[in-house]
Design a protein around this ligand. Structure first.
Ligand code: GLP
Length: 241
């Protein structure tokens, strides 16, 4: 595990963007696993800026997002489809047929989960998986549980997650209660994982995830077993290490 700490948001975003861009430059047909949430916004902004400078192309890249809410219309401003369009896809040359996000509005969610896993399998292996960290240790939407699920599945969001994501909606009652998420088995199969965490409110969970016991009570702790994990932290998130 390689942990790097940054004293400014700009430097952290730049470092994360450089890892993503470096992956595309060395592997033009890269398969990227992408994340949403507050954390990656500045990273995507940096990636878009360098793309607009003509430094690289997404033409041959394939992307798979970690998750999507269940039964939230895809054109809802807080759907992860809208998020990805707003922060990344609308600004780059990635063909729409090469970006994948689970369909949270599928009438048969089990079939959609199987289809999503098959698409990931067909693309080969995820070269680089970008991850944020939930306050309760979730990755994607894999919530703390007695057992974790390998592939894409429907998950009931934890109360803490609903509370954390209420800031994006008018009220907590508007936060969808379920999501489709890539499983931890798929996440851990990525060749390289880039975990990015910001903020003093994540210092305790960063410590549990990276230094605590490996337990399904803290899904991110499983990342300790990954042979190629890079962790980028701001100095406040690193405060308890
Ligand atoms: C969200 C997402 C995760 C994200 C996490 C932290 O709900 N499903 O992929 O990493 O929670 O989000 P944030 O970066 O906004 O703190």
């Amino acid at each position: 595990m390689n942990i790097l700490t940054f004293d400014s948001d700009e430097k952290l975003n730049e470092a994360a963007a450089n890892i993503i861009i470096g992956q595309i430059q060395t592997t033009p047909r890269a398969v990227l696993g992408l994340a949403t949430g507050g954390t990656p916004v500045g990273i995507y902004k940096e990636v878009v800026r360098d793309f607009q400078r003509g430094m690289f192309s997404f033409r041959n890249v394939t992307t798979f997002n970690l998750d999507e809410y269940v039964n939230l219309p895809i054109d809802h401003p807080e759907s992860y489809h809208s998020y990805m369009n707003t922060h990344l896809f609308n600004h780059i040359d990635l063909p729409a047929s090469q970006c994948h996000i689970p369909d949270g509005n599928a009438s048969d969610t089990a079939a959609e989960c199987r289809r999503y896993d098959e698409s990931i399998e067909l693309s080969g292996q995820i070269d680089l998986q970008l991850l944020g960290l939930g306050h309760n240790g979730h990755i994607g939407f894999n919530e703390p549980a007695h057992a974790l699920i390998k592939g894409t599945h429907v998950v009931d969001l934890a109360e803490e997650t609903l509370e954390a994501n209420a800031r994006f909606f008018d009220s907590i009652d508007d936060v969808p209660k379920q999501a489709l998420t890539m499983g931890v088995g798929t996440i851990l199969k990525a060749k390289k994982i880039l975990l990015v965490v910001k903020g003093a409110d994540k210092a305790d969970i960063v410590h549990r995830a990276l230094k605590g016991p490996i337990t399904t009570d803290c899904p991110a702790s499983l990342l300790q077993t990954h042979p190629n994990l890079i962790v980028l932290l701001d100095s406040t998130a690193a405060g308890k290490l």
